[in-house]
Design a protein. Structure first.
Length: 343
């Protein structure tokens, strides 16, 4: 019982943590919290260790590296290995349909194709050659994206909706975000690959969670486990309840139950992120624009939040032209082919 409670507590804590980070990421609370936390830690941890930690964090999040790609493939490999070696075999013995059992593999193949495309494709790098063409694609709103702005690092004029990625050191057309999991920027030309990658990853986690849950339920039903009784700590005979069943499955099939916990958590997290990405796609916003939306009140100081008394020069999304047109822009980005050829 204690183990199960602890596990559920851990699961709830992780989910609450992630949701809190998502909610706070658009406000100043998170920055304040991080700064406060860093100050407290700086008094506890020795200077040398802090420097080493800063170096590691800088390498992981501020330079292009393959660490998260490796971690991604390792986790995916472990989950699929467990599915293949235990769940798949047991399910076949219980007479599950083969089509149903092979679905996670089909999703894996599609996912790996789009994962690779997201990693290696050009997100929309702005160069001297395509700069003029890309300047024509989006209208300047004069709030978040003023006209005649220049990137002094890349020496190019910045088209509306573009941003300089400090990790990749380049300006990207319709910049969304830099994703460490694919070690690439997500921009106008690879947002479609990233969306399908996210969709298939969520679907494969959810499919595995469903297959594993159905398998465990079937196992309990076939073995008549729910009809059994047990003797509790006080020596009383008790009918098996759901908590006891879950705990029993934890002890007899630990790897499968642990994998199930992991894929269930992943399904919720990825599902939430997928909904957010679909919302941005449907409303024709990038993550960068969504994040900076409340702060872009003045184009001379774009990173400063608007004080309540300031002139209401609030950012307005001028790029949304209806659901289908917005989705079409993700899957058929304007000027992608011409500009790609010019690179
Ligand atoms: Zn630049
Ligand atoms: Zn980048």
């Amino acid at each position: 019982m204690d183990f199960l409670v602890l596990f559920l507590f851990y699961l709830a804590l992780v989910l609450i943590g992630v949701v809190t980070i998502c909610i706070c990421s658009k406000t100043h609370y998170l920055r304040g919290l991080v700064r406060g936390g860093a100050q407290v830690i700086s008094h506890i941890i020795p200077e040398r260790l802090q420097r080493a930690m800063r170096k590691v964090l800088h390498y992981l999040f501020h330079t292009r590296n393959h660490t998260f790609i490796m971690l991604h493939l390792l986790l995916q490999g472990l989950v699929y290995a467990e599915y293949t070696w235990e769940v798949f075999g047991y399910c076949q013995e219980l007479g599950f349909s083969l089509h149903y059992l092979l679905l996670p593999y089909l999703l894996l193949v599609i996912n790996l194709v789009f994962f690779t495309l997201s990693c290696v494709s050009n997100p929309g790098t702005i160069t001297k050659a395509n700069e003029f063409l890309l300047l024509q694609v989006y209208e300047f709103d004069e709030v978040m994206f003023p006209k005649n702005m220049k990137c002094f690092t890349c020496s190019v004029r910045k088209p509306a909706r573009s941003k300089h990625c400090r990790v990749c050191n380049r300006c990207v057309h319709r910049f969304d975000h830099h994703c460490v999991w694919v070690n690439n920027c997500i921009g106008a030309w690879n947002a479609r690959y990233f969306l399908i990658y996210l969709l298939t990853l969520t679907a494969s986690a959810a499919t595995m969670a469903i297959v594993s849950t159905v398998f465990l339920v079937q196992l309990v039903v076939v073995s008549d486990l729910y009809l059994e009784t047990y003797v509790d700590d006080l020596g009383h005979l008790q009918v098996i309840d759901i908590v006891f069943l879950i705990q029993y499955l934890f002890l007899t099939l630990p790897r499968i139950v642990f994998m199930l916990g992991f894929v269930v958590m992943l399904s919720f997290l990825l599902g939430g992120y997928l909904c957010f990405t679909l919302y941005l796609a449907a409303t024709n916003q990038t993550t960068n624009e969504w994040y900076r939306g409340d702060r872009a009140w003045c184009h001379h100081c774009p990173h400063v939040a608007r004080p309540p008394s300031a002139e209401p020069q609030v950012y307005r999304n001028i790029h949304s032209h209806g659901l289908w047109s917005n989705l079409g822009e993700i899957f058929l980005p304007a000027a992608a082919h011409c500009a790609e050829k010019m690179n």
